[in-house]
Design a binder for this molecule. Structure first.
Ligand code: C2E
Ligand code: CA
Ligand code: CA
Length: 427
């Protein structure tokens, strides 16, 4: 390897300027070789720094560099651009997919090597790959493309590497537009909380509601959540949205109590991003304690993937939420079915079956039997169950036959503004 004047103290790697210069030379003189640029970061590194402190987090970074620079990987040169971001130049032979397998095996080795030393968190690498098409490719553009691909890998625990594709450029622009839109809506109070009822099938009475955010465009049109939620998740902005929803819900329940109305439990979606901050349960409780309401009227819906990572810290925080008296449910249950092995040990109250269960039940008898079996097991071990996405009387009948007594879906009502919800459901 070339000698450089200065090296990063933590990793012993050269600085970006030297890395870029050297990489360009290697590419220019290696016309017979195939090159790829890989941008790597450690998932939840901020959180690892918080939990373990800088020294231990730095050791993890060193371990990553060691694994990356193993001769067999084909890594020629690496550098740390900042924090936990490492960019490396590789040479590879054969198919691109074989090279991607090598990158995935680096991730597996990294997790295996360090798992026992960092057991409070689930370790994960995000890798973005840019395959050079020719030695003429602009190096800094290639670097940007590797980073764009790395961001695509983020948030998906089943994937550790993503190769750059041209259509990702459009997505990047879209993400920036969404963040600007959200911040402007937040400032100018164009965010509203809608409620969708949860209904007991037998009594036809309301037993709860889910709070769902709605953002209005400047022209007063509702922007579909699916177009902004994934971006807000990836950028961490979702935390601000959820906190806003929380305050609105706490205020609403407080108003119901003051007006002596019948209070029903409301569930709030809590993104996994909250759990990357320290003491999330304490923070939520601090806000909550400004209101004079019963915590059992608040339920937090957490997605199944949150429990896939075997992170002790996450489980501790979820346990704490329950210790404060809040209820906790698994949302979209069944989408990943990755929690089956650990279900019995999870600190939760309710299982919320994903809409896909309801639709597949209509299509074949096997799915019906599966739902029926699962509902039976969950009820026996004292979990509440609810099916979401019930759109017709026939679907309601089917899930009822499976043993599920509570449903949420368009059959009863779509999510609606609080004003309308109060008129219809709150006396
Ligand atoms: P989700 O948590 O699974 O919420 C239920 C979604 O299913 C809602 O979509 C609701 O309108 C829709 N839905 C309810 N019943 C039916 C039905 O019978 N048929 C069909 N086809 N759909 C039904 P929505 O409001 O568009 O929200 C989509 C997703 O966005 C939510 O899925 C949730 O993951 C996320 N989301 C929405 N608001 C928030 C929020 O404030 N914070 C967070 N973290 N996520 C949110
Ligand atoms: Ca939900
Ligand atoms: Ca759901």
């Amino acid at each position: 390897m070339a000698e450089f004047e200065k090296y990063d103290i933590v990793t012993g790697l050269p600085y970006y300027g030297d890395f870029e210069k050297s990489s360009k030379e290697l590419i220019a003189t290696g016309a017979d070789k195939l090159f790829a640029l890989v941008s790597t970061d450690i998932g939840n590194f901020k959180f690892i720094n918080h939990i373990y402190g800088f020294d231990k987090a730095n050791s993890l970074l060193k371990s990553l560099v060691e694994i990356l620079s193993d001769e067999e990987t084909g890594c020629v040169l690496s550098c740390r651009t900042h924090s936990d971001h490492i960019v490396s130049l590789f040479t590879y032979c054969g198919r691109k997919s074989d090279f991607q397998d090598i990158i995935d095996s680096i991730s597996t080795k990294f997790v295996k090597t360090n798992k026992s030393k960092y057991s409070s968190t689930s370790l994960h690498l995000n890798n973005g790959i840019y395959f050079f098409e020719s030695s003429e490719d602009d190096f800094s553009v290639s670097f940007d493309k590797a980073n764009i691909a790395r961001r695509e890998a983020k948030g998906n625990y089943k994937i550790s590497s993503v190769a750059f594709k041209d259509d990702m450029l459009g997505k990047k622009e879209n993400a920036s537009r969404v963040v600007v839109m959200f911040e402007s809506a937040y400032r100018s109070e164009r965010i509203e909380v809608f409620l969708q009822p949860k209904i007991d099938i037998t009594s036809k009475k309301i037993v709860g509601a889910e709070a769902l955010s709605r953002i209005y465009s400047e022209d007063g049109e509702i922007i579909p959540p699916d177009t902004y939620i994934p971006v807000l998740e990836n950028t961490g902005k979702i935390v601000d949205l959820d906190r806003y929803v929380m305050k609105v819900v706490f205020e609403l329940v407080q108003t119901w109590k003051t007006m002596r109305c019948t209070c029903i439990p409301i569930s709030i979606n809590l993104s996994r991003m909250h759990f990357y901050e320290k003491k999330v349960a304490d923070k939520i409780y601090k806000t909550f304690s400004r209101y004079n309401i019963d915590p059992s009227l608040i339920e937090f819906e957490l997605t199944e993937t949150l429990f896939c990572s075997d992170s002790e810290t996450i489980l501790k925080e979820v346990n704490k939420l329950r210790a404060y008296g809040f209820r906790v449910s698994i949302d979209d249950f069944g989408v990943g079915l990755s929690t089956l092995g650990t279900l019995a040990a999870l600190p939760i109250d309710t299982i919320k079956f994903d809409r896909s269960f309801v639709t597949s039940c209509m299509q074949n008898n096997k799915s019906f039997e599966i739902l029926k079996g699962l509902v039976g097991v969950f009820k026996r071990i004292d979990y509440d169950v609810i099916c979401e996405g019930v759109e017709t009387a026939e679907q309601e009948k089917l899930v009822f036959e499976c043993g599920c007594d509570v449903v949420q879906g368009f059959y009863y009502d779509r999510p609606m503004p609080i004003k309308d919800f109060n008129l219809k459901y709150i006396s």
